[in-house]
Design a protein around this ligand. Structure first.
Ligand SMILES: O=C(O)c1c[nH]c2c(Br)cccc2c1=O
Length: 448
């Protein structure tokens, strides 16, 4: 019998990973019960009496957002942290002008083409502080029929000593917030400091705009990932891990250069393949990005492609990327037709993908703007955007690996091994017309 779980039961049952996919309209209920949660459930009164909250994001529909809060919480103070680009500001100011309880905090974007991608919630209850780090915009379309990733922290109790987690979560979160240099965030910096984070078992991997150098060079972007894997992934020096495949999965792709060696393998893969041994084998890098067919047959149809903004101008400069690409396929979660807006990076053992070495869920797509690009003879990492994600490492869960196919297995979002593009498969490109086959709603796609 499919017992409907309450939001609190869902979180209890998700232990120890606390990693969810968003619920999807149109799939069997039990696939929306196990390790799946909605925005209303995240904000439910069940978790306690909310005092105030903060919502970091890229796209906002304020009416929709307020509707997701329980009615008794809708008038609580709400801080909206958003990108300071002109049009964002205008529409947000207009949307929020009706609500005195909403305060706006524009994030400085001093480097051109940077965006405020970070998707994070601070939920302050009478019993303590909860952090949610996820991949969904605060618009209804992002929470209805897509595959989104969500990590929900425990409610961290207030404490009179600054309890840190074994993963340095508190310090890394404060380092991230500090980069905004925004007075509207001072209350939350103080609040974070006053709460006990010792129960948190994930690492923060974040990005902030800037040219990070010297002591700060490993604080953000792909060098933070490299450093964290180096320090915490204590795999015995056995050869079997050297060629273990690495998988990147995302909903957009930036300009990566004229060939793989420009940035993808030389810089980005070097960080992903970091073991605490200097292994020389080059592991396979497999990239998952939706095909046109994935989009056409998705629940949303071609409209899903509006949230996959890989453009023609970029794609035509890097046809070499096709050889790395794999389809979106998530049959075991009944989400092969729930278009992915989640972004994940993981490493599996090469014995038929039985075990996971680490798993990252993040706002960061496959782009230099998000992850950073080394400059000045590798002495500085230039990042354009704000991003944040959480990294799961077996050691922090008292395991050497995360089993993938047994009872306590890690709830991965898609099917492994990934399915390589066939010769007829094309990556979805947002500004192309698709007129030769109607989508699941009988529509065509003509962006002009
Ligand atoms: O970070 C995100 O979530 C996103 C960033 N840029 C986008 C563009 Br540009 C067009 C359509 C959707 C998105 C999007 O979803």
């Amino acid at each position: 019998v499919n017992k409907r779980l309450t939001p609190v039961e869902k979180i209890e049952q998700s232990e120890p990973y606390r990693f969810f996919l968003s619920t999807v309209h149109g799939i069997q209920d039990n696939y929306n019960q196990t390790n799946a949660i909605s925005l209303k459930e995240i904000l439910s009164t069940e978790h306690g009496q909310l005092i105030r909250s903060a919502q970091f994001n890229y796209m906002f529909d304020i009416e929709f957002l307020l509707e997701q809060y329980p009615s008794e919480f809708r008038l609580k103070p709400l801080l909206i942290v958003h990108g300071d680009s002109r049009d964002d500001n205008h529409s947000l100011k207009t949307q929020c002008s009706l609500y005195p309880q909403i305060e706006l905090c524009p994030a400085r974007l001093d480097i051109p083409f940077g965006t405020h991608h970070t998707k994070m919630m601070f939920l302050l209850y009478e019993t303590g502080l909860r952090i949610v780090i996820h991949t969904a915009n605060l618009i209804s379309q992002d929470w209805r029929q897509k595959t989104q990733g969500i990590w929900i922290s425990p409610i961290c109790p207030k404490t009179n000593d600054t309890r840190e987690s074994k993963t340095n979560f508190k310090k890394d979160l404060l380092d991230y917030i500090e980069q905004y240099r925004a007075r509207q965030l001072q209350f939350w910096q103080k609040t974070i400091n006053e709460h006990d984070f010792s129960s948190i078992n994930v690492h923060i991997i974040s990005s902030t705009p800037g040219r990070h150098t010297g002591a700060n060079i490993n604080k953000f972007g792909h060098l933070k990932l490299r450093q964290t894997l180096k320090n915490y992934l204590n795999l015995e020096n056995n050869e079997q891990y050297y060629s273990a495949p690495i998988i990147g999965q995302f909903s957009s792709i930036g300009s990566l250069g004229p060939n793989a060696n420009s940035w993808l393998t030389k810089e980005f893969l070097t960080s992903l393949k970091q073991l605490n041994t200097n292994s020389f084998d080059s592991p396979e890098l497999k990239l998952i990005y939706p095909t046109v067919e994935n989009v056409r047959t998705s629940f949303e149809g071609y409209i899903a492609g509006g949230s996959l903004p890989y453009n023609m101008q970029t794609a035509m400069k890097q046809t070499w990327l096709i050889n790395y690409l794999h389809r979106w396929k998530a049959d075991h979660r009944q989400r092969s037709r729930a278009s992915p807006h989640i972004k994940t990076y993981l490493r599996v053992t090469n014995d038929q993908y039985k075990n996971l070495l680490w798993f990252l869920v993040t706002s960061a797509n496959l782009s230099k703007a998000a992850w950073g690009v080394l400059e000045k003879n590798n002495t500085q990492l230039m990042i354009r955007s704000y991003e944040i994600g959480v990294l799961f490492i077996p050691k922090q869960f008292s395991q050497t690996i995360f089993p993938l196919f047994d009872s306590s297995s890690f709830p991965i979002p898609y099917d492994l091994p990934p399915v390589k593009y066939e010769s007829t498969d094309k990556p979805w490109i947002v500004d192309m017309t698709y007129k030769n086959q109607p989508d699941s709603h009988g529509n065509m796609w003509d962006p002009h």
